[in-house]
Design a protein around this ligand. Structure first.
Ligand code: ADP
Length: 175
């Protein structure tokens, strides 16, 4: 992200984040209620997934990269330590109680980023871009009153910049 490219002051995180209104909902993992087989890795192509408390309580717990999730699931299956499609994927510190005859859980707290960067939906994009540059971020999450709303990737920002440039080149030059 080049420092000379600046934003119109009116752009907010909510204008750039995904999903847009017409998109499918944000793909999230829950901290202790998904199975290895249902963990979204195969059904979506996103590079990462926010982890939330539960579908009913969309509070952010952390962020997991797709690559790390795939490697961990693959390793667990190779080690043959009983992890199967029906095993729970557990990001919480303590796994929930399970049926005694059920498969062992796959505990993945260790691969989760416990403090992913977040901004609120009303954070101006010039501030968000500044943080992306300074911290070298690939993505950041967007919240409203503690509820997870969306995600902004570096590519989303670049696309947004290109859109603004096409719409109104002067606002870039004189900002
Ligand atoms: P990139 O933006 O570099 O292509 P991704 O492949 O992760 O990275 O994301 C593709 C698009 O999907 C981006 O617009 C991004 O905002 C969005 N996105 C990323 N992760 C998720 C997710 N977990 N749920 C919904 N949308 C996502």
């Amino acid at each position: 992200l080049e420092p000379k490219e600046e934003f119109e002051h009116s752009s907010l995180a909510v204008d750039v984040m995904r999903p847009r209104r017409s998109d499918p909902p944000l793909a999230v993992l829950t901290q202790d209620s998904m199975t290895v087989g249902g963990a979204l890795v195969e059904s979506t192509r996103y590079s990462g997934f926010p982890v939330v408390v539960s579908q009913e309580s969309p509070r952010l717990v952390g962020f997991v990269l797709r690559r790390d999730l795939l490697i961990s699931i693959d390793n667990a299956r190779k080690r043959q330590d009983g992890v199967v499609g029906a095993s729970l994927v557990v990001f919480s510190e303590h796994p929930p109680a399970q049926a005694p005859d059920g498969p062992p859980p796959l505990r993945l707290r260790g691969i989760m980023d416990l403090s992913p960067f977040t901004v609120t939906d009303h954070t101006p994009m010039d501030i968000t871009v500044d943080i992306f540059r300074k911290l070298g971020l690939r993505q950041c999450l967007v919240t409203h009153n503690g509820r997870l709303l969306g995600i902004i990737t570096k590519k989303d920002i670049l696309k947004h910049m290109a859109q603004i440039a096409n719409r109104d080149p002067d606002s870039i030059l004189f900002n």
